[in-house]
Design a protein around this ligand. Structure first.
Ligand code: SF4
Ligand SMILES: [Zn+2]
Length: 274
């Protein structure tokens, strides 16, 4: 697979909000080659790759409906992915359900501050990518609370069609960047998948999709890629509650959806340079 963004949607493609309607009849101001449209296309591409692998192989990882252990892990997602979640919620959820998730997230962040002060400090301060990754390596783990988008009784994701890239790929696939020596070291994927070497034998390697994901999550102009900060889902809700449209799924600035990706990248690069 080439190391370049996915192809854009077209006006007659199904809209990214999951309405089942065509993009041109649903989110009418959206650009078919927006960042959100590319991310949506990438979701479909990686889903297809995982599904094809599952069809062609008999052995599967133990991930199944109802297992939601990894939904309590600390992991950051990009802003465009969070806004795709909001778009889905706005289309499919009631206002009361949306407000509840914001309220839950405000509680979650208080718990997080108490139980993981080091990671909270990293999360709430300006930090370089290297520093943040180091803090994640040292302090991130499993939270005592699940993602606010999980249905706790049924153990299912309530935004499943628009769940982020990491949620689609964790457990159902693997990536491998390291050396052969590292490859031989078994490590734990989660409590149900104790051995990453065995896991690699029953899942597709999706390493080629990650550069595409990173290009879409970051700002890329020519060869220059500038990383944009990512946050865990519960913290995005807190940020949007405090600085966005309050406890609603409405997005004030729709540039992730309405601008072509190149134009948005150029605009973001100018903003970052200020
Ligand atoms: S978005 Fe869905 S799959 Fe991802 S952590 Fe939340 S509940 Fe789990
Ligand atoms: Zn739509």
């Amino acid at each position: 697979m080439p190391d370049e963004p996915t192809r854009p949607l077209s006006g007659s493609s199904p809209c990214f909000c999951g309405s089942g309607r065509k993009l041109q009849h649903c989110h009418k101001t959206a650009a078919p080659d927006s960042r959100a449209a590319h991310v949506y296309q990438l979701y479909q591409d990686v889903d297809r790759a995982i599904e094809e692998y599952r069809t062609d192989h008999q052995a599967h990882p133990p991930c199944a409906a109802g297992c939601s252990s990894c939904c309590s892990d600390y992991f950051p997602v990009s802003q465009v992915e969070f806004e795709l979640l909001l778009t889905y919620m706005e289309r499919h959820w009631s206002k009361a359900e949306i407000q509840f998730v914001f309220e839950q997230s405000l509680i979650n962040v208080e718990i997080f501050q108490q139980e993981n002060p080091q990671m909270y400090a990293s999360l709430t301060s300006r930090t370089s990518q290297e520093q943040e990754l180091e803090q994640i390596r040292r302090y991130a783990g499993r939270n005592s609370f699940a993602c606010p988008l999980l249905d706790p009784e049924r153990g299912i994701c309530r935004v499943y069609p628009l769940r982020p890239f990491i949620c689609r790929t964790h457990g159902s696939s693997h990536t491998f960047y390291g050396s052969w020596r590292e490859r031989l070291l078994p490590e734990k994927v989660c409590e149900h998948i104790p051995n990453s070497r065995a896991h690699r034998k029953v899942t597709p390697n999706i390493v080629d999709y990650w550069p595409q994901y990173e290009q879409l999550a970051d700002v890329r102009v020519g060869a220059k890629q500038t990383r944009m900060r990512q946050y865990p889902i519960f913290y995005w809700f807190v940020l949007y509650a405090r600085h966005g449209g309050g406890m609603t799924a409405q997005i004030g600035n729709r540039d992730h959806f309405d601008l072509p990706l190149d134009e948005h990248n150029a605009r973001m690069a100018r903003h970052e340079a200020r």
